[in-house]
Design a binder for this molecule. Structure first.
Ligand SMILES: Cc1cc2nc3c(=O)[nH]c(=O)nc-3n(C[C@H](O)[C@H](O)[C@H](O)COP(=O)(O)OP(=O)(O)OC[C@H]3O[C@@H](n4cnc5c(N)ncnc54)[C@H](O)[C@@H]3O)c2cc1C
Length: 335
């Protein structure tokens, strides 16, 4: 294997000893890039009792895993994780570092990039090498894909969301090296995570839903938003949102679909009061049938969906919900 280029890294993530799927998906991307560069795929994995997830990274395509295995690393510690990653990256000088856009990754990636005095591109949806073998970090923008490069600084750093890339098939016969790393004793100590309590998601989970009702700024206010929630409830659908609905405080961040939200692939997607901006639509490329309800017949959403309804959602939704309820009632009395 050539050594012209330094390794392609993935900062992997585990929660309760379970590897996050985005880490495996990024190993797949790292493998592709490393093969073109003629270099190694290396991962950092921090946690406690995590030998098994380290082996999973190797089966997915990593050549080497730097393993920080210690009780104080069991849950994500922002300062400690940053220091470990920065120390190791300063020593090993990777060419590229990829990180999942998870709660951890969104915080850790900019911290590491700032310490290493390099750039960072968030929420990429494609990675390719240009003819100079510089990483094109592609994000949706201006109605197409924008390639961002970091020609001078190293490492080149980027994040990507879960579900953007395919998960590589595990090959348990692959071999790789697991290198135990020293945990610094002079720990930075301003912030210590004691415990992470995860809220149980409410309703139908977006990731596995066969029907999704997603609402946007066109809901107008919290009462308009409640109609969108009710439509999702009567259809037994998962609730999705656009960024403005989250910014307005109507919807939880976990419901946001798109470049910086979730990637979904329902059978049916119904978008209400949203304009079809690319940063949202990139999250639903896997949807089979798409429907839009929008009061502006010139809205770009109508060019992207299979069925369009031009109406004010404040008037249309209550009527539609009533019809669905009546239909369900009739169906139940006939059964
Ligand atoms: C780096 C970056 C990342 C981003 N990531 C995401 C992301 O992950 N997800 C995301 O969603 N956005 C994301 N955005 C924001 C994105 O660019 C758009 O601003 C956003 O998706 C627009 O949301 P919207 O369609 O709800 O609002 P708008 O674009 O304001 O559209 C509102 C629509 O509602 C319609 N409308 C108004 N009133 C009514 C009514 N009474 N009845 C029916 N229709 C009505 C209007 O005609 C309009 O089409 C990102 C932006 C950036 C820069």
């Amino acid at each position: 294997m050539g050594t012209d280029h330094r390794a392609v890294w993935v900062i992997a993530e585990q929660i309760n000893c379970h590897l996050q799927s985005v880490s495996l998906q990024l190993i797949g991307q790292a493998r592709k890039l490393a093969d073109q560069l003629g270099t190694l795929v290396e991962a950092i994995l921090l946690g406690d009792k995590i030998e098994q997830p380290a082996r999973q990274l190797i089966a997915a395509g990593a050549d080497r895993v730097y393993l920080g295995n210690a009780p104080e690393l069991e849950v994500y510690q922002p300062e400690l994780y940053t220091q470990i990653a920065v120390n190791l990256a300063s020593e090993q000088q990777p060419e590229i570092i990829l990180i999942g856009s998870t709660d951890m990754g969104r915080e850790l990636a900019p911290l590491v990039a700032a310490h290493l005095k390099t750039g960072l591109t968030a929420h990429c949806i494609d990675f390719v090498l240009d003819k100079e073998l510089i990483l094109e970090q592609r994000i949706p923008a201006y109605g197409g894909l924008l390639s961002i490069v970091c020609p001078e600084k190293r490492p080149q750093m980027a994040t990507a969301a879960k579900g953007v890339f395919a998960t590589p098939e595990p090959d348990d016969s692959r071999t790789g090296e697991i290198v135990l790393i020293d945990i610094p004793t002079d720990l930075p100590g301003r912030v210590k995570t004691l415990e992470i309590i995860r809220e149980e998601p409410q309703g139908v989970p977006l990731e596995t839903a066969s029907t999704i009702v997603a609402g946007g700024a066109g809901a107008g206010d919290i009462d308009g938003w409640k109609d969108i929630c009710e439509l999702a409830a009567v259809l037994n659908a998962a609730l999705g949102s656009t960024r403005p609905a989250v910014d307005e405080g109507w919807a939880e961040l976990e419901t946001m679909i798109g470049q910086s939200g979730k990637m979904v692939s329902p059978e049916v997607y119904i978008g209400v009061g949203l304009s079809g901006e690319q940063q949202h639509m990139v999250g639903i490329v896997g949807a089979r049938v798409m429907v839009a309800i929008n009061n502006d017949d010139k809205s770009p959403i109508f060019e992207q969906v299979d069925y369009g309804i031009v109406d004010d959602c404040r008037k249309f939704l209550p009527a539609l919900i009533e019809q669905i309820k009546q239909y369900e009632e009739k169906k139940n009395t006939c059964e």
